[in-house]
Design a protein around this ligand. Structure first.
Ligand SMILES: [Zn+2]
Length: 489
């Protein structure tokens, strides 16, 4: 973090960064093996260079057909990058014993509103209408910059702890430029790889979208670091043109049953030649096959928040419709006010939804059906396809030598998947976040032995609770966790 960035209008309460929440993080990442129980930890070789890791003897799923998968192989990491993926690598490095683990690229969550972490689960039963009334119109204008910081930091740490190494944020709480600055800082403090898709805010202090230019200059330089800037937009020609002028990727919510953001509006912009490979369409429900074909023909990307779309009435996730047009969607969580951001749950929802729809057609004797999704197909959506959606597939999304070391270890010595018989099947149909053991982003270990490295969870809970208390108080909502008087509760 440069002094330049630290000076960027960060609110005083946001000074307690991940580093401040750390308890000897450097020490915890030092000379010990990151293995599986003290008896199996392997001592570091004495001359291992800093940041050089040898992930040894894991089941390796590379998600790169040229590299392939291995029942047992090693991954060598140095300087934040993957150097080699193959069996029997010999190198002087800090050993990460993965003999009881699946080693794979971290997950990508391609659409998440991170600032809402203080309001997790408030709308467990909520529909879109409840969300617009309670979260968009009521709660979001109340967020201070420090609440946005806490929400993003807490959300990012939650993502890391569930094996997600790469996220796209659409926090629609840029109520002042200070809010935006605080959220960018929170992502940098968390250590996660992020696309910060700058979004609208509320009140007189909001400077969307023109503040994008300042943010780009002030915080992003070449815009190629761990946190990158993009633009979250309406279906708006002006906003799309601004994004392109600044070289920013475009993320747009498209929901078929809401006239203002229905797919037909996107196609209109397409008729003006404005749909392109830098467009990411979120949800894209209730589209016609012709609409979907336009996305394919113009090289656009889809982010499907499958569980949210099913529970909040966005319309049926257009998973099969996309596949029928040759589009492989990425997967996303959307809002933790109403659904978990856990990628295992999201993968499982996509897997069972597609198979339910096809199975039902098979039961009705329909012929020439599309293929059922396999577990590997779904893992690809949650990894390499997320990287493609964010335009960084040359950088992350697979265990490919030369790419960033964004790697997770999923434990296989847990009751839910032992003995390991089918690695992809275990991930999609058997595992949950309790299997996540080690998480590395750009070669930096952010989680080890199932624990975030050095994060003081009690301090984090105190901060996020204080933010929650402030917002709930101002909103006049019930303070009880069992009071069901709030609509959508
Ligand atoms: Zn959304």
């Amino acid at each position: 973090m440069s002094a330049h960035q630290d000076d960027a209008g960060t609110p005083s309460a946001a000074r307690l960064s991940r580093r401040a929440l750390l308890k000897g993080a450097a020490a915890s990442c030092g000379a010990l093996g990151f293995g599986f129980g003290p008896d199996q930890a392997i001592a570091e070789a004495p001359r291992a260079r800093e940041g050089r890791y040898l992930i040894k003897n894991g089941v390796v799923l590379s998600m790169d057909p040229k590299v392939g998968d291995f029942d047992r192989a090693d991954v060598l990491v140095e300087g934040g990058k993957i150097i080699a993926v193959r069996p029997n690598i010999s190198a002087t490095a800090t050993i990460i014993d993965s003999r009881n683990a699946i080693v794979m690229p971290g997950f990508t969550d391609s659409h998440h509103h991170f600032y809402q972490s203080p309001l997790r689960n408030v709308l467990g039963n909520g529909l879109l209408d409840d969300y617009f009334r309670d979260i968009v119109e009521k709660a979001t204008p109340l967020f201070r910059a420090e609440d946005a910081y806490d929400g993003v930091l807490s959300g990012a740490l939650r993502s890391i702890s569930s094996g997600v190494t790469h996220v796209t944020d659409l926090s629609q709480v840029s109520n002042t430029p200070g809010h935006s600055d605080a959220m960018i800082k929170a992502f940098r403090d968390s250590g996660i790889r992020a696309v910060y898709a700058y979004s609208r805010g509320y009140g007189a202090g909001a400077k969307y979208p023109e503040d994008a230019e300042r943010m780009l200059k002030q915080h992003f330089g070449a815009n190629d670091g761990l946190v990158r800037l993009a633009l979250s937009t309406a279906i708006s020609k002006d906003q799309w043109l601004l994004a392109r002028k600044l070289g920013l990727r475009i993320y747009t919510h498209v929901v078929g049953n809401l006239a203002a953001v229905a797919p037909a509006g996107v196609i209109k912009l397409g008729d003006e030649g404005l749909m392109g490979p830098d467009n990411v369409y979120i949800h894209f429900t209730n589209a016609t096959d012709a609409h979907m074909k336009r996305v394919k023909d113009t090289g656009g990307h889809l982010s499907l928040a499958v569980p949210i779309e099913m529970t909040m009435r966005h319309g049926t996730p257009p998973l099969q419709q996309a596949l029928d047009q040759g589009i492989i969607p990425s997967l996303s969580s959307d809002v933790e006010t109403t659904m978990t951001s856990d990628m295992f749950s999201i993968m499982r929802s996509a897997f069972t939804l597609q198979r339910m729809l096809i199975n039902e057609r098979a039961i009705k004797n329909e012929k020439n059906l599309p293929p059922l999704l396999s577990a590997k197909d779904v893992v690809a959506m949650a990894t390499i396809q997320g990287a493609r959606c964010n335009g960084v597939e040359s950088l992350t999304g697979s265990l490919t030598p030369g790419k960033a070391a964004d790697i997770i270890l999923l434990r296989t010595d847990r009751t839910n998947v032992m003995p390991l018989n089918n690695a992809y099947g275990a991930i999609v149909t058997g595992m949950d976040t309790s299997n996540v053991d080690t998480v590395m982003v750009a070669g930096k270990i952010l989680m080890s032995r199932g624990k975030l490295t050095g994060v003081d969870l009690a301090a984090l809970q105190k901060r996020i609770t204080a933010s929650r208390d402030f917002i709930i108080e101002k909103a006049g909502w019930p303070k009880s966790a069992v009071d069901s008087s709030m609509p959508g509760h």
